[in-house]
Structure formats: structure tokens, C-alpha cells
Write a protein that binds this ligand. Structure first.
Ligand code: GLC
Length: 573
């Protein structure tokens, strides 16, 4: 009895049954003809998100910003960038969401500010300025030059020289994104006050940008390369005081307003993510990790292409499903976001089997434990745009890397072919609403080219077809609310290193979920192992919940799977 009570309370929070929709406002819906999406454009589409079954909208940065990194370079945390609208528009969005019983999660970017932020302007004005210590300054190395060998995540050194003072400031991302000095209690207090400002406005939650990078090793040693590149940098990832800082935010802000929070964890570990998201630690509700999205990085390098390692993808999901459940942590489940190429193009077939593939990815992910995130356009199967011209690209990281790859000796054609696969612009193309010009996104000139396939791939079409990708998502989102097994079931992998199939079960109280997905373009046979089949068989009668083919197969020990076929069954009494 005690065990049962414990397990019930462990999963009682509402957001464990929720689905989040991620909005990249610049590319969502433009109501002014400026070519850039805006807040009112989102408000105008809330009915669409409500019908999809969305509980939480994650709105990416709309704060005042020079937009070098599309809003992740914040110049004023408490005002809206005029390109996106006004504070009245924001308040209206909050009101309209709440009217519909939906919640708003905003993006909080506090590892760094824009160098155009007033704090930074003060900081560079002189060494004695009170804001100097808001940022991280170092003298040149003894012989001159960079203070250490840390690299920016967007390429090049992580230090920028301030000519006036002769000191360097740290920038882990673009040179216009200066890292804040979290050792300074005034920084921590200013961040809390800013978050309280939004909490009082009625914001229900926060997505915390690269939050596991905020605590740097104060010795600032050279990176010794002992941690593989994809695993993050040793001296500032999950750093020495990071849990203390996050707990501080919880006590002052998240806990007081009962907020739902998700931390974006760059190159983190399972152990840290358990701590970040186990409610007893009083930190975040859940975490994003990226290990499963590095399975096609050659030698851990994002800008080196290789076919993805399917076995690694399955192994990583399994490790995180099992590990987070054991440790009492909670996963944010995702295949897509604004920093990743479209999973549809990356892991499956975005052409011949586009609809099957999009549904397969959805079923595979939504059957797992965690809170699923749907990134705009994913629910209608938007693919990478496959641009053949560098002039189409806008992303600062992509443009930096285009130069760096050529400086490393790659031809312009090779550099472009790498961008085609890896650029963040792949997922940032405007949302495709209908078949009118520019996919109904804008009446002006879109800031980023609309994918040419929009006459075939758009929301209007998807709404009209009962068996569309969009309707598939609706079904999955609704099922999570109907069956406790989605939230609570224990994960077991069932495919024993099958080269094409990912199969798993989720075992809950009186209900078991089975997911079987063929990640290949071949017709194949999949057979459950005898012992596992006996276990499944004795769990009760099975019912097909979700399918992406015309067939409605009964769950049998041996299954015939057509290309990209994916099924979900529920076993119960
Ligand atoms: C996060 C954001 C990304 C941004 C970076 C720096 O990874 O998702 O878009 O460029 O942080 O803020």
C-alpha cells in the first residue's frame, strides 16, 4: 500500500500528462506583412493548438534583442522586441491561453546577455563600474593572448578582447553573447527579479536556455581534451555550483509560483539530469538532453557527416528512459527543435515514405515516459528544405561554420552539403499553413525562404485528411491523457539489437503498452523472443491503439512490417 501511494504521488503533477508545443515566433505566423512572425500571429492560431490537444505553449524569446542569434541574445529582458509586437500583445496572449485552459512557458536566457544589454554597456565603460562584475573578465595569458583555450560553441575562441581595458570577456556562444558571472550574487538576484516580473504577469513556466553552463570552474583551466567533444566541455558543463544556483531560483521563483520548468542541458549526464529534475531536489520539472541527437556526429563532431547509428539511438533512449525512472527524474521527450535539423529528414525517409515516417517518429516518441514536445511543423511532417545556395541561409552558427569548414580545406560544395544536413535553418523555415503564397505565413517577403513543397505539405491539407500526420498527433496526445500507463509504465526494450526495428514496452498497473517501429524502407519480419512473448501474452488481451498503415494487425509473436510501419498496442483486461 505504501509503495502504491508513493508511486501515485510521484506522478501526480499535471504537467506529466501534458504535451508542449514549441513556437519559434519568427517563423510561426506574421500578421503585419513584415516577413517576420509575431505574437498576435500566435494568438490567432491558439484554436489550432487547442484542437491538437496542446496543454502548454513554449514561446521562444520575444524580448528586445539585436537578433544576431534570433532572440537568444537578449538586450532587455522585460520588454518586447517591436518586431514581435507589444507588451499588450503579450498580455493578450497570456489571457487567451488561460481562457482556453492552456499554459504559457517562456524562454529564459541567462547564461549570457547580448553585448547590447545595458548591463554590458555599463560593464565595458570602465573597470570600476558596478556592472563590471556582472560578466566574466580575464587578463591576457602571461605571454599575451587568450586567457585559455576554451572554444565558442559557434566556432572560434570563447574570449573577446575589450580594447579599452585590455581584458577579455567570455562568450561561449556568439561574440555578441557575453556570459554572465553567476558567482556574483547581484547577478543571481537580478535574474530572479526578472523571472518574478514574468511570473507576476501570469507566465506559467520557463524553458531555461543552456542552463547547465552557468557555473564555470573559477580556475579557468585549459580544456585538456579529456572529454570527447560531443560530451561537452569539462570546466563549465554541469559546473561546480550549478545545482546550488538552480535551487536558488526554485526557492525564490519557480516553487513560489508552482511553475513548470524545463532545463536545456547541453552535453549533460544522466546523474546530473536526475538531480535537476527529481522533485525532491527542488530544481526543475524536467530536462532536455541531446545525446540521442548526436548519433550521426562523426567522432562527436556535429560538422562531420555520417549515417546515423540506429543502435546507439535505441540504446540512448533506453538508458535515459530506464535511468530517469529509477532516479526519480523526468524527461522532456523530443526529436525536433529550432536547433536541430528535422528528424524526419535525418532518421527516416522524408520523400517516398514521408507520412509513414513522420507518424513512426511520433508514435515511437510519444509512447515513452516523459513530457512530449512538438516543434512547430513537426505535426504536419515538414522536412529539411535542402537548399542548394548558401544565400538562403541566415543562421549565425551555419554561416560561421561555412567559413570555418572552408578554412579547414573543404570545398564550398562540401561545406554546403554539410549545412544542408546540419544547419539549424533546416527547422526554422516558416510554418506552412495553406497553399496560398508563402504558405499563408506572410503577405510580405519571408525572412527565411518557405520550403517549396508547401502546396503539398500544409496545415489546411492535414486538417482535411482524416488519416493525416496531424490527426495521428492528435490521437497520441489524447491517449496520454486517457491511459496512466503513458505516464507511469516501466520501460523495457524488446528488440534485442534488431537492425531495423525499435520495439519496447511500458508496463503499468493492469496495462501494458507495446510499440513496434520499422525504421527502414524494407519489408521485414520481427519476432518477439519467447520469454518476452509469454510475458506479454499473459498480461491480457491486446488492442491496436495507433497504426500508420492501412493494415490493422493483431499483436502476434511474429509481425510482418512494411516500410516505416509503426504500431502501438495496449494490453489489459
Ligand atoms: C540554446 C538555444 C540556441 C541558442 C543557444 C545560445 O542552445 O536553443 O538557439 O543559440 O542556446 O543561447
Amino acid at each position: 500500500m505504501e509503495v502504491l501511494l508513493l508511486s501515485q504521488s510521484r506522478y501526480s503533477e499535471w504537467w506529466r500528462r501534458s504535451t508542449v508545443y514549441q513556437v519559434y515566433p519568427k517563423s510561426f505566423n506574421d500578421t503585419t506583412g513584415s516577413g517576420t512572425g509575431d505574437i498576435r500571429g500566435l494568438t490567432a492560431k491558439l484554436h489550432y493548438l487547442q484542437e491538437l490537444g496542446i496543454d502548454i505553449v513554449w514561446l521562444q524569446p520575444v524580448y528586445v534583442s539585436p537578433q544576431h542569434d534570433n532572440g537568444y541574445d537578449v538586450a532587455d529582458y522585460e520588454n518586447i522586441n517591436p518586431d514581435f509586437g507589444t507588451m499588450e500583445d503579450f498580455d493578450e496572449l497570456v489571457g487567451e491561453l488561460h481562457k482556453r485552459g492552456m499554459k504559457l512557458m517562456t524562454d529564459i536566457v541567462v547564461n549570457h546577455t547580448s553585448t547590447e544589454h545595458e548591463w554590458f554597456k555599463q560593464a565595458v565603460s570602465g573597470r570600476d563600474n558596478p556592472y563590471r562584475d556582472y560578466y566574466i573578465w580575464r587578463d591576457p595569458a602571461p605571454g599575451g593572448g587568450l586567457p585559455n583555450n576554451w572554444q565558442s560553441k559557434f566556432g572560434g575562441p570563447a574570449w573577446q578582447l575589450d580594447d579599452a581595458s585590455g581584458q577579455y570577456y567570455l562568450t561561449l556562444f556568439d561574440k555578441t553573447q557575453a556570459d554572465l558571472n553567476w558567482e556574483n550574487p547581484q547577478v543571481r538576484q537580478a535574474v530572479n527579479e526578472m523571472m518574478l516580473f514574468w511570473a507576476r504577469k501570469g507566465v506559467d513556466g520557463f524553458r531555461m536556455d543552456v542552463i547547465n553552463l552557468i557555473s564555470k570552474d573559477q580556475r579557468f583551466p585549459d580544456d585538456d581534451g579529456s572529454v570527447p567533444p560531443g560530451d561537452g566541455r569539462k570546466f563549465y558543463t554541469d559546473g561546480p555550483r550549478v545545482h546550488e544556483y538552480i535551487r536558488g531560483m526554485y526557492e525564490e521563483v519557480f516553487g513560489r509560483y508552482e511553475m513548470v520548468t524545463v532545463g536545456e542541458m547541453s552535453s549533460t549526464t544522466l546523474e546530473h539530469c536526475i538531480r535537476y529534475s527529481n522533485p525532491e531536489e527542488r530544481e526543475f520539472s524536467m530536462t532536455f538532453n541531446f545525446h540521442h541527437l548526436k548519433v550521426d556526429y562523426k567522432g562527436g563532431q556535429k560538422w562531420e557527416l555520417m549515417p546515423y547509428d540506429f543502435e546507439a539511438l535505441k540504446r540512448l533512449f533506453t538508458q535515459w528512459q530506464t535511468g530517469m525512472q529509477h532516479g526519480g527524474g523526468w524527461n522532456a521527450l523530443f526529436f525536433n527543435n529550432h536547433d536541430q535539423p528535422r528528424a524526419l529528414s535525418r532518421f527516416t525517409d522524408d520523400d517516398l515514405y514521408r507520412a509513414e515516417s513522420a507518424k513512426l517518429l511520433a508514435t515511437t516518441l510519444h509512447g515513452m515516459q516523459g513530457t512530449p514536445y512538438v516543434y512547430q511543423g513537426e505535426e504536419i511532417g515538414m522536412p529539411n528544405p535542402k537548399w542548394n545556395n548558401i544565400d538562403e541561409f541566415r543562421d549565425i552558427e551555419s554561416l560561421n561554420m561555412y567559413r570555418i569548414l572552408q578554412a579547414q580545406g573543404k570545398s564550398p560544395e562540401t561545406a554546403l552539403s554539410i549545412l544542408q544536413e546540419r544547419s539549424r535553418d533546416n527547422s526554422r523555415t516558416p510554418m506552412q499553413w495553406d497553399e496560398s503564397p508563402n504558405a499563408g505565413f506572410t503577405t510580405g517577403t519571408p525572412w527565411l525562404k518557405v520550403d517549396e513543397r508547401y502546396p503539398d505539405i500544409n496545415v489546411q491539407k492535414e486538417l482535411e485528411q482524416p488519416d493525416s500526420i496531424l490527426h495521428h498527433y492528435r490521437k497520441l496526445i489524447a491517449l496520454r491523457k486517457e491511459h496512466a500507463v503513458f505516464t507511469e509504465g516501466v520501460f523495457s526494450r524488446l528488440d534485442e539489437a534488431h537492425p531495423e526495428v525499435f520495439a519496447y514496452s511500458r508496463t503499468g498497473e493492469g496495462e501494458t503498452l507495446i510499440v513496434v517501429s520499422n525504421f527502414s524502407s524494407k519489408d521485414i519480419t520481427f519476432r518477439f523472443r519467447d520469454a518476452e512473448w509469454t510475458g506479454l501474452n499473459s498480461a491480457g488481451k491486446s488492442k491496436l491503439l495507433v497504426s500508420n498503415t492501412a493494415a490493422d494487425p493483431v499483436l502476434t509473436q511474429e509481425l510482418q512490417l512494411s516500410p516505416y510501419a509503426s504500431y502501438m498496442w495496449l494490453i489489459g483486461n
